[in-house]
Design a protein around this ligand. Structure first.
Ligand SMILES: Cc1ncc(COP(=O)(O)O)c(C=O)c1O
Length: 403
């Protein structure tokens, strides 16, 4: 090997990397094995069966009887699909500044020519159902055509109460479409598309669904399908019409992410083997243990309202004058663990611990131990005992695995 290549060769690290960012998440062996097959003809009979199976399985994950659309794209694509399939340029859309991802979705909506009413927020709270209700009650002329909310703000670890928001829209009998981003909540935090009156749900493969990045979803109500007929936003790749026509027999209008769909079939089986409610409870329990660790270190949790604590990630504020990215670098260098960085205006101010996806008690124990050792090595003022507090909670709430 030439010297220049040898000098740049990566150093082998023993053991496995801890990928504790709030997505993409660890891909379980079963899913990796499921993906690791030759790609089949996406116009052949075997694919039709696979397509029908995953489309039906995803209806159960979204808890909807309506259509689900799967794009070979990251979540950003599904955001765009939700907007261009239902709205026309100039339409007014009510959005809420819950954090970085809500701000990016707002930016996209602006570029697509929509007229955005962006309710300011402090990046520590979710969407307030009372504020939504008041805004819609004022809109007597029904100028607002859609309300968009991010269920779990991945940049802050705050979960908005989507059921309460849906109920608020119902109470004022406002005809606006309700669109929800579940990219970091689907299959981690309880979510009910039909029951909560959501018209378009946006999802992604790389978080609770335990897949690599590359698939994204729209779950679509009949009301959204009706809006699709008159929506004038230009669309081609994202057009629901062509997708739904081909999906009837399990096919796609263009090349699907075939191998990721093998993985999705396995994920759906795994989620229902564990039971969705057990999946949600596991996430809540790990989130509670993580919060006990953060408080044990004497650090502040970014989320203000306990009713909005996220089950999939926890964001911790750094003490003044200490840089979160410096801490994350120390943890990566010494313990081969990646934590989420502060995004947008939170850069350097917080670190985010992902505890979602294929995750168990001892993986969480290792994660929190890495953070506690990193806080010492990086000389961040903190108390010891965070890990011990988390372990006490895990021990007290531990259940034997089902036989
Ligand atoms: C809540 C949320 N919405 C949207 C996105 C954007 O999705 P993607 O990066 O898959 O395009 C992300 C990505 O992390 C996210 O967490």
């Amino acid at each position: 090997m030439p010297e220049s290549v040898r000098a740049n060769a990566p150093r082998r690290l023993a053991g496995r990397h801890f990928l504790q960012i709030p997505g993409p998440t660890n891909v379980p062996e079963r899913v990796l094995r499921a993906i690791d097959y030759p790609t089949i003809d996406h116009r052949g009979p075997e694919f039709g069966r696979l397509g029908r199976e995953v489309l039906e399985g995803m209806q159960a994950v979204f808890k909807t009887k309506g259509a689900v659309i799967i794009y070979p794209a990251s979540g950003t694509g599904a955001w765009e699909a939700a907007l261009v399939n239902t709205l026309s340029p100039g339409d007014r859309v009510l959005m809420f500044e819950t954090g970085h991802f809500a701000s990016l979705w707002r930016e996209m909506a602006g570029k697509l020519g929509l007229d955005i009413d962006f309710v300011p927020g402090d990046w520590r709270s979710g969407v307030d159902p009372a504020a939504l209700e008041a805004r819609l009650a004022e809109d007597k002329a029904h100028k607002i055509k859609a309300v968009c909310a991010v269920h779990n703000e991945t940049s802050t670890g705050v979960t908005s109460r989507i059921g309460d928001l849906g109920a608020a829209i119902d109470r004022v009998k406002h005809p606006a479409l309700f669109m929800v981003d579940t990219i970091s909540s689907l299959a981690s935090i309880d979510y009910r598309h039909d029951e909560w009156g959501v018209d378009v749900t946006v999802g992604g493969s790389q978080k609770g669904l335990m897949l690599p990045p590359g698939l994204s979803f729209n779950a679509v109500s009949d009301k959204a399908l009706a809006a699709n007929k008159s929506a004038k936003s230009p669309r081609s790749y994202w057009d629901w019409g062509a997708m739904l026509a081909a999906n009837k027999s399990g096919y796609f209008p263009y090349t699907p992410g075939t191998n990721l769909l093998y993985g999705l079939k396995e994920v759906i089986a795994m989620l229902f083997e564990e039971g969705l409610d057990n999946v949600f409870a596991r996430h809540q329990r790990h989130a509670e243990a993580t919060r006990r660790a953060v408080r044990g270190w004497g650090l502040e949790i970014l989320a203000k309202n306990p009713a909005e604590y996220s089950g999939s990630l926890t964001a911790a504020l750094m003490p003044d004058g200490h840089d979160a990215d410096g801490l994350r670098a120390v943890i990566l260098d010494h313990f081969d663990m990646s934590l989420g960085q502060g995004l947008g205006k939170l850069k350097g101010k917080i670190f985010r611990i992902g505890h979602l996806g294929d995750f168990n008690d001892l993986m969480l124990a290792g994660t929190l131990a890495g953070v506690e050792m990193g806080l010492s090595l990086a000389r961040v003022p903190h108390k010891t005992g965070g890990v011990a507090a988390a372990l006490d909670y895990l021990k007290a709430s531990a259940q034997p695995s089902p036989k």
